[in-house]
Design a protein around this ligand. Structure first.
Ligand code: GDP
Length: 194
C-alpha cells in the first residue's frame, strides 16, 4: 500500500488538486471546516487521503479547531508507518500574510507546525504552493523565496525543486506537483500513474 496524505488549511484548494490529479470529485467548495474525518480516494493501488482542513473555519468555534488539529495529528501518528508521502498544500497568495499574523500574536503558524511534524515523522514532504495564478509573475520568485525561508528551507527556492511545487489547480496547471509525485512513485515502479 502506498499512501499520500494531503494536508492544509481550509480553502487552499486541496479538493481541487485531488480532483485534478485523479479525476475523482470530492466536495469542492464545501463549507470549510465541516468535515472532521479524513476522506480517502483510491487511485489504482494508491491511497490518497484528504485530511480535514485546519485554520480558517467560518462559524466554527476555536474549540473545534483544536479538535480538528488533534484529529489530524492522531491520524498521522497512527498511520505513520504506511504514509509514504505528505503533501502540504498552502495558498501561495496568502501564506505570508497569514504567517505574519500568527507571528505577531507570538504563535507558531499551524502550517509551519504541520510541516515540522511531517519532518519529525520522517515523511517525504512535498510543498504544493497553490493559487500561483494569484501571484504576479514578477513577484513569484521572491514570494517563493520567502515562503521557503519561513519553512527553514534556505532560499533561493529553486534549491528546493525536489520539495516545492508552485501550481494552480484552477488553471489545471499541476505539472510541478505531478512531476514530484511521479518522482516519489518511481521507486515503487508506479510512476505511470500520473
Ligand atoms: P479545500 O478547502 O482546500 O479543499 O479547497 P477547495 O478545493 O474547495 O477550493 C477552495 C476555493 O479555492 C474554491 O473556490 C476553488 O475554486 C478555489 N481554488 C482552488 N485552487 C485554486 C487556484 O489554483 N487558484 C485560484 N485562484 N483559486 C483556486
Amino acid at each position: 500500500n502506498f499512501e499520500i496524505i494531503f494536508s492544509g488549511r481550509s480553502n487552499v484548494g486541496k479538493s481541487s488538486i485531488m480532483k485534478e490529479l485523479t479525476g475523482k470529485n470530492i466536495k469542492i467548495g464545501k463549507r470549510p471546516g465541516v468535515t472532521l474525518k479524513p476522506t480517502h480516494i483510491r487511485y489504482s493501488d494508491l491511497l490518497l487521503t484528504d485530511l480535514p482542513g485546519f485554520g480558517f473555519m467560518s462559524g466554527v468555534k476555536d474549540r473545534k479547531q483544536d479538535i480538528v488539529k488533534d484529529q489530524i495529528v492522531r491520524y498521522i501518528e497512527k498511520n505513520a508507518d504506511r504514509i509514504n508521502v505528505a503533501v502540504l498544500v498552502i495558498d501561495g497568495a496568502s501564506f505570508l500574510e497569514i504567517v505574519q499574523r500568527w507571528e505577531e500574536r507570538n504563535e507558531i503558524p499551524i502550517d509551519i507546525e504541520m510541516f515540522e511534524l511531517f519532518q519529525e515523522l520522517g515523511f517525504d514532504i512535498i510543498l504544493a504552493v497553490n493559487k500561483a495564478d494569484k501571484i504576479k509573475s514578477d513577484e513569484l520568485d521572491a514570494t517563493l523565496d520567502q515562503i521557503c525561508d519561513k519553512l527553514n528551507m534556505l532560499p533561493p527556492w529553486r534549491q528546493w525543486l525536489d520539495t516545492v511545487a508552485p501550481i494552480s489547480a484552477k488553471k489545471g496547471d499541476l505539472k510541478a506537483l505531478k512531476s514530484l509525485v511521479r518522482q516519489r512513485l518511481h521507486n515503487e515502479k508506479r510512476d505511470d500513474l500520473f
